[in-house]
Design a protein. Structure first.
Length: 512
RNA sequence: GGCCCGUUCGUCUAGGGGUUAGGACGCAUCCCUUUCACGGAUGAAACACGGGUUCGAUUCCCGUACGGGCUACCA
């Protein structure tokens, strides 16, 4: 019988969760949803030296914002396997129990080497031109551990409280073969694997031991994680094997990494010219602030959509998909093996697609608070119309203000490039005519304003340059639909702008 | 350096022994438009290289190159 699908996202709270981590969480989420399984959040806080206050809450907030909340685990309600924080699980003695089992069966051992002794070993090996210095089947013979020390000495050391670690006893030369759902068969020789530390001298398990114990205990069916774990997977296979759990271990899926669009390597928060965090993040240690996708104006649906298509696709050409649609289509067989460079331009396009699908009312509601910050609180009808005009021009609600700011505030200057290019000796008379026509107008709406302009053209005896009118009224060479904008601004404002603009242009622009 | 993983337009990717190698972003041109966009159409743009296997390879195999990851009592 197939195991119930239970997957976990297991970050360590060492900082803000970046977009790569979110994507790992997302794939876990999609897979769980597709199979009506469980999605668990487990916090892997076994490294006390790297613990960062607030990081755990950030992870919870980020997953929530993205709409991919786990249904079990830290921050999302305890399930049958509580606690879900490894530091708390350690208190139950669970990790030590498993380590003891490995020691009892002869697959793990105590090591008493100090960090200086380890350092010396590495130096010695490097001096001897050993390419990959490591604590392994060969070098452990010369170190202080329970395999080299007499039994009573080991006993004495432990009883005296001497610090020790527990290491995995990796065989010297053995082919380790395992299957990855995404990559197929992977083979590594055990000579490439070092005697990994399982239990640290502070009693905490390392990732290698802890995640295996927890995946077994929590009955995880699939371990989905980043490609950076591929090299240590053989060691993990060995641990499962020595524990007699190879048949119960989760299936493995190593996700390709998200790469920097320019430059090299995986995405780094320092050099990126785009947000790398879902939510803004400030590390309490150095107080360097980083912007987030939320603050940049991305819709969570868009953000998650972008991420999903970085390394996965449904097989047809569909790109805009809801979480539900993606979950229905998701499978690891369609996850690519190679890393994907993130394209910030395409990310913006995705957001634009989502923005275009919103109603004017929805847009008005999301723009209202931003506008209030600027000191303006127009009525609903005005705001909706504003959004209708401006939405076709932008990718983010955050840009709504800049796009139509001139409607609220007088422009500081008029676009001189356009004026210099197009202003003619007859222009002043032409636009005075337009101004006067506008002044006479009693009904001020889109059809009336449009008709009024056409009347002016009739009197003028020819087309009147709309871009010049645009500059005179709005200051800019481009912007939303002109007549619609003029109608929205109201007669008083338009007339005043036109008068003032005309005066300024006559005094400052050279005629053609 | 060693080990592991990878390599289709600039980017994300579809495809897969015989295809005009498809789509999307971006870019260019045109159409729509008396302004600005949206939209529509079109175009430029890719199978890393060298050997095999085969009637035939971009697709399978092997090398090389390039890219990425790992190489801690970090995850």
């Amino acid at each position: 019988m197939e195991k119930r699908v239970r997957v976990r996202f297991a970050p360590s709270p060492t900082g803000g969760l970046h977009m790569g981590g979110v994507r790992t969480a997302l794939f876990n989420y999609l897979f769980a949803k597709k199979h009506n399984g469980d999605f668990i959040l487990r916090i892997e806080d076994t490294d006390q030296t790297r613990f960062v206050a607030g990081a755990e809450q950030y992870i919870i907030d980020a997953l929530t914002w993205c709409g991919i909340a786990p249904n079990e685990g830290v921050g999302f309600g305890d399930g049958p396997h509580a606690p879900y924080r490894q530091s708390e699980r350690k208190a139950t003695g669970i990790y030590k129990n498993y380590a003891d089992r490995l020691i009892a069966s002869g697959h793990a051992y105590y090591a008493f080497d100090t960090s200086e002794e380890l350092e010396d070993m590495r130096k010695r090996l490097e001096a001897a031109k050993v390419v990959a210095p490591q604590y392994n089947a060969v070098t452990r013979q010369n170190m202080r551990n329970s395999l080299t020390l007499p039994e009573d000495e080991v006993k004495r050391l432990i009883e005296s409280g001497a610090p020790y670690v527990v290491r995995l006893k990796v065989p010297r030369n053995e082919e380790i073969r395992f299957q990855d759902i995404i990559r197929g068969w992977v083979t590594v020789n055990s000579s490439q694997v070092d005697d990994k530390v399982l239990l640290k001298s502070d009693g905490m398990p390392t990732y290698h031991l802890a995640h295996i114990v927890d995946d077994i205990e929590m009955q995880i069916s699939h371990a989905v994680r980043g490609e950076e774990w591929l090299p240590s997977a053989p060691a993990h296979i060995l641990i499962y094997r020595y524990l007699g759990l190879e048949n119960d271990m989760p299936k493995l899926a190593h996700l390709p990494l998200i790469l920097n669009p320019d430059g090299h390597g995986k995405i780094s928060k320092r050099e990126a010219r785009f947000p790398v965090f879902p939510l803004s993040w400030e590390d309490p240690r150095d107080h360097v602030p980083y912007g987030g996708y939320r603050e940049a104006g991305y819709y969570p649906e868009a953000f998650v959509n972008i991420l999903a298509l970085l390394g996965w696709n449904p097989g047809d050409n569909k790109e805009i998909m809801s979480l539900e649609e993606m979950a229905a289509l998701f499978e690891f067989e369609r996850v690519s093996k190679s890393g994907a460079k993130f394209d910030p331009e395409k990310a913006k396009w995705f957001n634009q697609q989502y923005l275009k699908s919103k109603t004017d009312g929805e847009l008005a509601e999301s723009f209202r608070p931003l506008l209030k910050e600027k000191g303006y609180e127009p009525d609903d009808a005005f705001l909706k119309e504003y959004c209708r005009l401006v939405k076709e021009k932008v990718q983010f609600v955050n840009d709504f203000w800049a796009q139509g700011r001139f409607i609220f505030e007088e422009p500081e200057k008029l676009d001189e490039a356009v004026l210099n290019k197009k202003w003619k000796d007859t222009s002043a008379a032409t636009f005075t005519l337009v101004l006067n026509k506008f002044k006479e107008l009693t009904t001020w709406d889109i059809p009336s304003v449009t008709a009024c302009f056409h009347e002016a053209e009739a009197v003028n005896g020819g087309k009147i340059d709309m871009q010049l009118l645009r500059v005179l009224v709005t200051g800019a060479s481009g912007g939303p639909q002109l007549f619609d904008t003029i109608a929205l601004m109201g007669k008083e404002k338009v007339v005043a702008r036109l008068e003032k603009g005309l005066k300024w242009v006559v005094a400052n622009i050279e005629k053609k």
